[in-house]
Design a protein around this ligand. Structure first.
Ligand SMILES: [Zn+2]
Length: 376
């Protein structure tokens, strides 16, 4: 089957050119769930574009009866970030105009909805789960539309706001969203997941997952799911335990500025298997589901250089580490010392090194590596 292709204008440029998004929609014959998949929100995190290319190839080879519902794919979803360079490095993590992290600009409507949640529950508490789902989803959609309508069109919108509106509108009707990232540096692959979605996470086939235990609501995955988590909490308080079939994922597929084929394969098979599990694809499950080691987000421990210098013998991403073991050595040519000094930087955690920076020269306070730490 062929996808429906849509080009969306994103930004007109001073040079007279346009930035645009290209959206691929695969619509199945039968009713079903809506899936929204995007890649490359951060400029250096390019691997997801190869994943989407493989998904387009795969879905194109299917018949319309093999898909229930709709799958929307947006590769290169942030052209500003994608095209940005400093020398040959991709630096597109922050909007150069306002300094904001591209993945901290999204609008979480749950604080708006919380004002009305008690009256919503009074009216709808006794309805079926499916009915509550339908009505609440519509409420979220209307909140987003109202916010966009009320924005100051006369004086213009900042580009971050316009961009945020566009991606949130594209994904507003989805039941499942998948945002494909990678590390900006060098890293293992893992997935972010939320309370109540741990079982579904296993179908992606990752060894490690980060359970988001503190939600700010400004990341794409959080802004999408948080209103549902809030509703589930409220229902539980009132004695109704429900986990709605609405899910939001951030995939971290290996390193930045690289298309590692192993990461591509992991992303493609993981997404296909997840969609088969969700019955969006009428195909057999792949044998990749596995028990996932979940690390609370608060247990992602970041190590920063204690002083400036040159890094040697740093452990690579994926290393298992014990407390007291050396993570790396730091050689410093300090001007106030006669001879160069060497500092052994040891781990104060037990766990696995999940990412390491790519530059082996650091100033004091620069990021060196991260550990998924076991709770002590
Ligand atoms: Zn990212």
């Amino acid at each position: 089957m062929d996808p429906k292709i849509e080009i969306i204008d994103l930004q007109s440029l001073a040079s007279g050119d346009f930035l645009q998004l290209k959206v691929y929609r695969f619509v199945g014959n039968s009713e079903g769930k809506k899936v929204y998949i995007q890649a490359n929100l951060h400029g250096a995190e390019i691997v997801g574009n190869a994943v989407i290319y493989e998904l387009i190839k795969c879905f194109s080879s299917l018949q319309p009866q093999d898909i229930n519902g709709e799958i929307i794919l947006v590769p290169l979803c942030n052209p500003v970030g994608v095209n940005q360079r400093h020398h040959f490095f991709s630096t597109g993590r922050f909007n150069p105009h306002d300094g904001q992290n591209w993945n901290r600009i999204f609008w979480d409507c749950s604080s708006e909805i919380s004002k009305e949640i008690d009256s919503f529950l009074e009216e709808n508490f006794d309805l079926s789960e499916a009915e509550i789902y339908r009505i609440y989803k519509d409420k979220i959609r209307r909140k987003l539309e109202k916010k966009i309508e009320e924005e100051d069109r006369i004086r213009g919108l900042s580009f971050s706001e316009k961009y945020r509106n566009l991606l949130q509108k594209l994904s507003a009707l989805a039941d499942y969203v998948i945002d494909i990232h990678s590390s900006s540096v060098s890293a293992i692959s893992y997935i972010y997941t939320f309370k109540g979605r741990e079982k579904s996470a296993e179908y992606f086939g990752f060894d490690y997952g980060v359970l988001v235990d503190e939600i700010e609501g400004k990341a794409f995955d959080e802004a999408f799911l948080n209103p549902w988590l809030k509703l589930e909490e409220k229902l539980a308080e009132k004695g109704k335990k429900v986990v709605f079939d609405v899910e939001s994922w951030t995939l971290e597929l290996g390193s930045g500025m690289k298309i590692e084929e192993e990461s591509v394969e992991r992303g493609v098979s993981g997404i296909i298997n997840y969609l088969a599990f969700k019955k969006v694809l009428n195909i057999r499950l792949l044998p990749i589901a596995r028990k996932i080691k979940l690390i609370p987000k608060s247990q992602m421990k970041h190590y920063y250089a204690p002083k400036g210098g040159i890094i040697r013998n740093r452990l690579p991403a994926g290393s298992i580490i014990r407390k007291g073991e050396t993570l790396y050595q730091l050689v410093s040519f300090e001007k106030r010392e006669a001879m160069p000094t060497i500092t052994e930087v040891v781990s104060v955690d037990e766990g696995i090194v999940y990412d390491v920076s790519t530059n082996d020269t650091v100033n004091e306070g620069e990021y060196v590596l991260g550990i998924f730490a076991h709770e002590q």
